[in-house]
Structures are given as C-alpha cells and as structure tokens.
Design a protein around this ligand. Structure first.
Ligand code: UD1
Ligand code: UDP
Length: 365
C-alpha cells in the first residue's frame, strides 16, 4: 500500500515517528513536511532524535494567517497527490497542516486516515477545534486515542470506521523515556541547558515548575499573557520555560521583569521528557504536554478553561485553571493528593502505532 503522510508542526513530527517505522517495513510512505514549523529546534531536532525518515517533500509553506497558510498547503498538497496517486492520506492531530491534507485528499477521493480523531474541547473559537471537526467529518478511518474520543464522534453521528487504537504519544514516551533518563541524568541536563542558553541558574530535580505557553487564546491577548507571567513570577519554586517562537515574539511587548522564570530555547524531545519527568509540576496550555505529564506521573496545571484530554483530570492529576494570577497560583500550589492514587491507564497499551498500521492496511480503499 502507498500512503501520503502530512506533517508540519512539532507535535506531528513526534507522533509520526513510531508509525513511519512500522508502516515502512512492508509498505510505501511518502512523507510530506508542509513547512508550518521550520526553525531547527521546532523541526530538525525531532527528525534527528526520533530517527524520523527524511521527508520526501518539504512544501516550505512557513508562517502566515490561517487562510494564507492553509490555502498554500492545500494547493501544494493537491499537486503532489495528483503526481503520487496514493491509496490513502494519513493526517495527525488538529493543525492547519492536518486540515489542508484532509481537504485536499477528500476532494480527490483519496481515503483520509485521521490519527487523534474525536478530540473535542467544545470551544469552537479555537482554530484546533475547527480543524479537528472538519477533518473528522472528512475522514474515512477515524483512529481515536481514547474511548472518550469514540463517544464524542458518536454524538456527532460518526460511528462507521471509528476505532480506539490508544494514543500514539504514549508509544513515543514508552520508547524514549529510558533513553532520555540515561542521556540527561547526573547533571547532564543542566550542562546541556547551559551550553544552549545564557544565564541558567542552579535547578534541582523536583524543585521546579516546567511551563509552556503557546495557545493562541493565551498568547494573542496581552492581558492574559501578563496574568500568566505575573503568576509565574510569584510561584513558590523557579519556573523553567522553553519558549515557543509565537510566545517569544509576544513576550517582548510585555512590560514585565522576569526573575523567577528562566526562558530557554525550545528543547528537543528527549530533554523535554527529562524536564517533564523531573518537574515538581507541569504548567501548560499544550495538549501533548498535559498527557506526557500524566504518563510520567508529574502533576499538571492546565492554563485553559477546557481540555480535550479529560482522562487526565481524574484524581486531580491535571487541574484546569482560568487565567488570573490568584487562580493560577492557587491551582499550582494545591495539595498533591493525586500522588496517593494509582492512575488508570486510559490511553491504550503503548502499541497504538501497530494498531493504526493494522487498521489502515485493513481499511484503506
Ligand atoms: C501550531 C498549531 C497548534 C499546535 C502548535 C504546536 C495551528 C492553527 N496551530 O500553533 O495547534 O499546538 O502548532 O506547537 O495549526 N514560528 C516561528 N518558527 C517556527 C514556527 C513558528 O518563528 O518554526 C512563529 C511564527 O511567527 C508563526 C508563529 O510562530 O507566525 C505561530 O506558528 P503557527 O505554526 O502558525 O502556529 P503555532 O502557534 O505554532
Ligand atoms: N516539546 C518539545 N520541546 C519543547 C516543547 C514541547 O519537545 O520545547 C514537545 C512536548 O514534549 C510534546 C510536544 O512537543 O511532545 C507538544 O507540542 P506543543 O506543545 O507544541 O503542541 P500541542 O501538543 O499543544 O499541539
């Protein structure tokens, strides 16, 4: 079987790693990087660390408004589908790259396989919610990470070709956590952070918050961004924050002096796993990081009013916080009763990539 796989943003590179390895053993995969993320530390580092095959195409679309970015991708993906004539199109998640891939394939009557189908925040103002609803409704095979996602699709009348495969990000964590621990233990993590960034103070494992912020709803509103960083400044432990380029640009406009927060460049996946596993708590608006915190038994505070990953809220492993200084501080300094409870594992058996591969080979037109 020959498929085209579309990736373009950081979390999609990570998700693609285990599937590409398995699928390529007996099949042909044309890997297409849209160029949505292009900085070395937002793209190349993941291909190197996770040994993702070199993309067959890089569309070089880059940044831009939603319409411009999605439109450029659509045009280029359509051209390459016509040229490559695949049996199916694989898309991951909920970015503009996802939607462009699904739409281009669907219009050319190519089967669409959607990994991470069925997630919903029920907040239609989020670009990701728009992308995932449209992609799900265009898809021929809906590969869900959880039973909740299967239920969400059922509520929208989608029941055919829906499968709970487990979460492919769980596969990636299981495959890489030991590699990460052996690479970065005994202080090697701090050495590498110092090599790559200026002014890194002394951090102690389990005595720092790991924070990431990039969601449009938090970054594009200066008042919200100010509240978030003001809260970080008042935290009872230092905050390490690998800063997304979107946030880096916007934070320069904030009138705030950062002392408790150490901004570092975006890190590779193995470093991120180490930082997550050894944090006192993760504070984030990322989708993927909420789950990684859960998989690695690190409590999490999510700086949003909704999450698509509601399983992580059980026993307060993850707690949502609205965006004001006091609520963020209260949530992040809560008693960590969650540590007393076992975690039900609701994200599959760590072999989602195998299940996805099997389903595609059975279900592709
Ligand atoms: C995108 C996804 C979001 C996902 C996130 C993962 C959409 C609508 N959003 O958000 O769902 O959670 O990726 O990280 O698809 N930039 C750079 N260098 C890069 C990439 C981006 O400087 O390599 C800057 C540009 O100024 C760009 C901005 O970041 O305009 C935002 O990038 P974009 O890809 O549009 O959205 P993300 O916020 O990254
Ligand atoms: N990540 C990383 N380096 C960083 C920040 C995040 O490797 O500096 C990883 C993180 O561990 C997770 C993924 O990127 O696997 C999440 O991506 P992001 O938060 O950008 O997107 P989202 O999951 O919210 O779509």
């Amino acid at each position: 079987m020959k498929i085209v796989t579309i990736i373009g943003a950081r979390p999609q590179f990570i998700k693609a790693a285990p599937f590409s390895e398995i699928f390529r053993k007996n099949n042909e995969e044309i890997l297409v990087h849209t160029g949505q993320h292009y900085d070395k530390n937002m793209s190349d580092v993941f291909f190197e660390e996770l040994r993702i095959p070199k993309p067959d195409y890089n569309l070089g679309v880059g940044s831009g408004s939603h319409g411009l970015q999605t439109g450029r991708m659509l045009e280029k993906i359509e051209e390459l589908i016509v040229k490559e004539k695949p049996d199916g199109m694989l898309v991951y998640g909920d970015t503009n790259s996802t939607l462009a891939g699904a739409l281009a394939a669907s219009k050319l009557h190519i089967s669409v396989f959607h990994v991470e189908a069925g997630l919903r925040s029920y907040n239609k103002l989020m670009p990701e919610e728009q992308n995932r609803i449209l992609t799900d409704h265009l898809s021929d095979l809906l590969l869900c990470p959880t039973q909740t996602a299967v239920g969400n699709l059922k509520n929208e009348g989608i029941t055919a070709s829906v499968l709970n495969t487990g979460d492919i990000m769980y596969d990636v964590v299981l495959r890489n956590i030991e590699i990460s621990q052996s690479r970065y233990s005994n202080g090697a993590w701090l050495e590498e952070l110092r090599e790559q960034n200026k002014n890194i103070p002394i951090f102690t494992e389990n005595e720092y918050y790991l924070a990431t912020i990039h969601r449009a709803e938090n970054t594009d509103d200066q008042k919200k961004l100010f509240e978030i960083f003001s809260a970080f400044e008042k935290m009872d432990k230092p905050v390490i924050l690998p800063i997304h380029p979107r946030t880096r640009k916007l934070i320069n406009k904030l009138d705030i002096n950062l002392e408790n927060v150490t901004l570092i460049k975006p890190v590779g996946y193995l470093m991120m796993l180490y930082l997550t596993a050894n944090a006192y708590m993760v504070v984030t608006d990322s989708g993927g990081l909420q789950k990684e915190a859960y998989f690695l038994k690190t409590p999490c505070t999510t700086l949003r009013d909704q999450t698509e990953w509601i399983e992580t809220l059980d026993n307060d492993w993850n707690v949502l916080s609205s965006i004001d200084v006091n609520t963020i501080l209260k949530t992040a300094t809560r008693e960590l009763d969650c540590l007393k409870y076992p975690q039900p594992m609701l994200f599959g058996d760590g072999k989602a990539a195998d299940h996805i591969c099997h389903a595609i080979l059975k279900g592709g037109k």
